[in-house]
Design a protein around this ligand. Sequence first.
Ligand code: HEC
Length: 489
Amino acid sequence: MKKTPYLYTLLAASLLSFSACNSTTSTSASATTDAIASAAQAAAAPELDLAGAKAAYISYCSGCHGEELEAFADRKWKHGSSDEDLFKAIKHGYPDEGMPAFAETFSDEQINGLVAYIQQGIKGIKAYDFGNEKTVEAVQQSEEQQFRLDTVATGLDVPWGMAFLPGGEMLITDRSGKLFRLSKDRKLQQVEGAPKVLAQGQGGMLDVELHPDFAKNNTIYLSYSAVKEEGGQTLSSTAVMRAKLNGTKLSEQKVIFEALPYSRTRHHYGSRLEFDKDGYLYISVGDRGNHDENPQDLARHAGKVHRVKDDGSIPSDNPFVNKQGAVASTFSYGHRNIQGMVLHPQTGQIWTHEHGPRGGDEVNIAEKAKNYGWPIISYGINYNGTVLTELTKKEGMEQPLHYWVPSIGPSGMAFVTGSRYKNWEGDLMVGSLRFQFLSRLKMDGTKVLGEEKLLKNIGRVRDVKMGPDGYLYVAVETPGTIYRLVPVE
Ligand code: HEC
């Protein structure tokens, strides 16, 4: 048999087949005996020594499977995922594939301990396996609220950002490079005069935000991947344009923010836009895939939350204005890739979430001058399964309010306000790109009490916003659709 390199599967698609590959092809006598032994032992000794199993895992398994057990969580099982399958794999190995047998090393009881240790560690992933569940038409049942989906817009590609115009219209960005105005009778019209973008990888037309005084000044803000040719290379970076909106035309366009330096990469642009109660504009910029140089270096824009005035100038009380060499717009740093940012309706603080590497997506409150630790501390590991950092905590670096292992790929963020969804009030809604659902984080102040998964298998959820009509709006990719969640009694 050909030796298979040990590769971790990255695609969400593979996770959907997680339960589908549970069948084991081998029915050898030894497997059956082992299964019985394993079951009998589990029954006889329900209290398995997880601490001992962890120590054994670190010394015998981590070299190939990664120090953090999360490595197992993000993979597609080849030989089945039941306790028996794992038991068999560990005891007899798959020598042809490079998995050694441990029958001589461990007793059955110890192997059961390892099985329990791995199963416990990957529990998270099962919570995201929704099988074929998908409901768009019917009334959606959920823990505390029934609702149905109202389709507000279709025919989009990757709807990335939404902003609500006074009078019931909407602006919608499409990552392909377009800005749309959705009329009250729900027709999409393309807005002219939007910036030129580099619609490659994760780049394109990204977020849209209205000026707090939009009703008076018609001013909007767009974040996007700006493009520049230099030395025969196409480079890009996160930028923000301010413009006036008249019907379906933009005028007085001005680039008020540009992250430096430009880069050859096509990912981790950020870039959510949010105004606070004092009229400052916050801009998230991702690490552009360069975590060694960007997030911890105050002289670079990437891997930060920035805070500017509505014209792009720098507030005098920004934390690093007097620091030699630092980018003056920097508000907080040590971020990886923030694609969710929202003003807390009561406290006025800026809440964010960011993508972890493999595992370790975080929810944070972005506070002035604070360091969120990337890549020095993280609850995730490298995509290839190697250890990125041993540290999850460090003095002088912020701990997340919540983190996800495995990664859900968060995008978009909204607090539930108003009276339409009474039992959800104050909860935090977050879209999942990877597992294609809408997360409702049950909140008590800054504490996350639990998570409910709504809209299972709806598609990659790119944005979620509270509309001025008191309804939640959700932007979903492939096919690009905007839904409104309408409560039903
Ligand atoms: C020398 C490297 C190496 C070591 C050490 C090692 N493994 Fe493996 N393991 C592998 C490879 C290679 C596979 C084959 C699966 C693949 O290619 O995806 C594998 C497969 C497995 C599987 C089956 C996975 C599946 O997809 O069905 C389990 C379970 C497992 N290992 C657990 C362990 C445990 C527990 C230890 C420690 C006691 C351990 N392994 C030690 C390399 C290793």
